[in-house]
Write a protein that binds this ligand. Structure first.
Ligand SMILES: Nc1ncnc2c1ncn2[C@@H]1O[C@H](COP(=O)(O)OP(=O)(O)OP(=O)(O)O)[C@@H](O)[C@H]1O
Ligand SMILES: [Mg+2]
Length: 251
């Protein structure tokens, strides 16, 4: 059994016997607005301030200033954490679809041009940041960006495998966020769920005019889990999971 890395997210650790298996990759899957970015950031912030584990956030989605501003609304001062050398932000937005479109539309040159995603460069930059602050936690937000970057299924699969395998080799406890597989990969088998150690699903359920946020730990290797679908909330303190309130399944 590997050591458990407490997420520090209220209620979540109870579903997974105390935390994530150390050094492993956990996939957080959910539709738009389900709170993937918030949950992943909370994992880093609690890591820094509750468990003395520094963290790196790799963003394929948003810029540093946007991220800092968004997180301030939960009272999470990542800017200060960066100044204290406990946090690093890796801006990888240039491989996003927008960057590709901009390149096509305006002919802007980019070092990332061409079919090949420079994953080696990304991992190299990440390693430097991990070393700089002796990071123990990493977040990659979001793998879904790669789906847009690679419309061709084979290229996409190669990129996904490459990213996950490269991150696994680093041996750092990592959250990778992604969109619902069925939305992005059509009926294709979702390779990423097989490659990772743990899968957490986040979703919004609609019933009788009301919405409920629901979370489920689908798998967590080396860990005893509560696999029930349970409710969670997002408020100004971030994500809170309610492990003892079952929506469906065993009671
Ligand atoms: N202070 C708050 N109180 C309650 N809910 C909030 C608060 N701040 C954000 N939210 C909710 O959090 C959700 C956004 O969370 P987040 O950005 O983590 O989602 P996401 O899954 O990463 O979405 P996307 O797929 O767009 O990246 C929204 O549904 C929003 O309503
Ligand atoms: Mg997000």
């Amino acid at each position: 059994m590997s050591k458990s890395i407490a997420t520090g997210i209220q209620g979540l650790d109870e579903l997974i016997s105390g935390g994530f298996p150390e050094g492993r990759i956990i996939l957080v899957v959910g539709g738009p607005g389900t709170g993937k970015t918030i949950l992943a950031s909370q994992f880093l912030y609690r890591g820094i301030y509750d468990f003395n584990e520094n963290g790196v956030f790799i963003s394929l989605d948003e810029t540093k200033s946007h991220f800092y501003k968004e997180m301030q609304s939960f009272g999470w001062d990542f800017k200060k954490a960066e100044e204290e050398r406990r946090f690093e932000f890796l801006d990888a937005t240039r491989i996003s679809r927008v960057a590709i479109l901009r390149e096509k539309l305006y002919g802007e040159t980019s070092v990332l041009r061409g079919k090949q995603l420079p994953i080696d460069k990304l991992i190299e930059d990440l390693q430097a940041k991990i070393q700089k602050i002796d990071a123990k936690r990493v977040v990659l937000d979001t793998l879904a960006t790669l789906f847009y970057r690679f419309p061709d299924p084979i290229e996409r699969r190669t990129a996904v495998v490459d990213v996950i395998e490269s991150l696994s080799e680093l041996g750092i406890t990592t959250i990778i966020t992604t969109e619902l597989a069925r939305l992005t990969l059509d009926r294709e088998v979702s390779i990423e769920e097989y490659l990772v150690h743990g899968v957490i699903m986040m979703q919004t359920l609609f019933s009788q005019g009301a919405t409920t946020r629901a979370l489920q730990v689908e798998k967590m290797r080396e860990t005893k889990i509560n696999p029930n679908l349970v409710p969670y909330t997002i408020d100004r303190n971030g994500v809170e999971v309610f492990p003892n309130m079952t929506l469906f399944g065993e009671r």
